[in-house]
Every structure is written in C-alpha cells, then in structure tokens.
Write a new protein. Structure first.
Length: 205
C-alpha cells in the first residue's frame, strides 16, 4: 500500500487521517476527504454568509412604475395651476404698466400744455403715446406691445375704447375722453382700466 507519511499534508488533512481506524492502511483519497470535512467544520474554514445581490436598497419594476405614476398625477394637477398663475401675473403686469403709461400721458399733457394721445391697435396688441410739437408734427413718446398671452378684449361689453376710435387723449387741463379699456389673458380672465372725464384712472377687476 501507499505510505501516507511520505506526504506533507496540512494540519487539517493530517487531523482527518486520525479518524481512520488503527491498523488499517489509509487510502490517500479517504484521508484527504476526512481532513477536508473536519477542517471545514472548524472555525478556520468558515465561509462568509451568502448575501443576495439584490439588496434592500434596490427598486423593483413595480415600485418604479408606482413612483412614476405618482409623479405624473402630481404634475397633471400642478402644471395647469402654474400656467394659470403665470398668465395671471402677465395680465396684472400688463394692466399696471398701461395704467402707469396713462398716468404719464396725463402728467405730460399738463406739464407741456399740450394734448397727449394714447392710441391702441387691438389686432397687434400695441399702443402708442404721441403728442404734437410746435409745428403740429406728431412726436412718438412711447410704443408698447402687450405681453404674449395678453390682448385687448374688444368683444367685452365693458370695453368702450372703440367708441373713441381706439384712442383717448389727455388735455392740458388733465381731462380726458372717458372710456374703459379691457385686457384679457388666455384663460379668459379680464382686468379693465377706466378713465373718467376728469382724467381719473383706476384699475377694475
């Protein structure tokens, strides 16, 4: 038989060889197997515990779809409100600027002892402020275009500027042609500016 002592086995495999009954000639394969089993049962050869590659930090397809669905619902509910809010801000800004321009026209008329006219073009959303010079030539004081999404609502019953030829004039005494100018945004919300005979300018909802 094969002499096992001729082989230098590790401590684990040598320990396993002692399990062979005395007087028997151990087979090298048996000795190695017994030593391997004994070694792996000890704390020296313990393997690390198996861990799944899909940890708890990952997301499944269903979880991802649920998150996407929630985000879509939130966006669908929020975006229209943001659009309406922005459109409302544009309308308020346009009305405030027009009011300031009308006040400026009134002040200029009194200061220059002249007639200052503010003429509107509903189709293009523009208005121009002009006054005559000493030679009766028309001087352009300002030209302004309403913000995108804001228009002159000529169809609104409260809008009476068209009765004056889409313009109003301030005299050197500060009086004006009475009228109401209505502006509207894309959502149909309106704001109006009223001008009285005495030249009072006020914003109305």
């Amino acid at each position: 038989g094969m002499d096992v002592n001729k082989y230098k086995l590790s401590a684990c495999y040598t320990a396993g060889a002692h399990d062979v009954p005395a007087g028997d000639t151990p087979n090298i394969g048996v000795s190695l197997m017994l030593g391997y089993n004994r070694c792996c049962s000890s704390h020296l050869c313990r393997l690390p515990p198996f861990r799944s590659k899909t940890g708890s930090a990952g997301f499944s397809l269903i979880e991802t779809l649920v998150v996407i669905s929630i985000l879509a619902i939130v966006a669908a509910a929020t975006i229209p409100n943001l659009i309406a809010w922005r459109s409302g801000m544009q309308l308020r800004a346009a009305v405030n600027e027009l009011r300031n321009d009308l006040e400026s026209a009134k002040t200029r008329a009194v200061k220059e002892n002249a007639t200052v006219t503010v003429a509107f073009e509903p189709a293009s959303g523009q208005y121009r402020m002009t006054c005559p010079d000493e030679d009766s030539n028309t001087i352009l004081l300002k030209s302004q275009t309403l913000p995108a999404g804001v228009r002159i609502a000529t169809e609104n019953p409260a809008h009476t500027l068209d009765s004056l030829g889409n313009q109003t004039s301030f005299s050197s005494r500060g009086t004006a042609g009475a009228c109401t100018i209505v502006l509207a945004n894309q959502q149909g919300r309106t704001k109006s500016i009223g001008i009285t005979f005495i030249g009072k300018i006020e914003v109305k909802d």
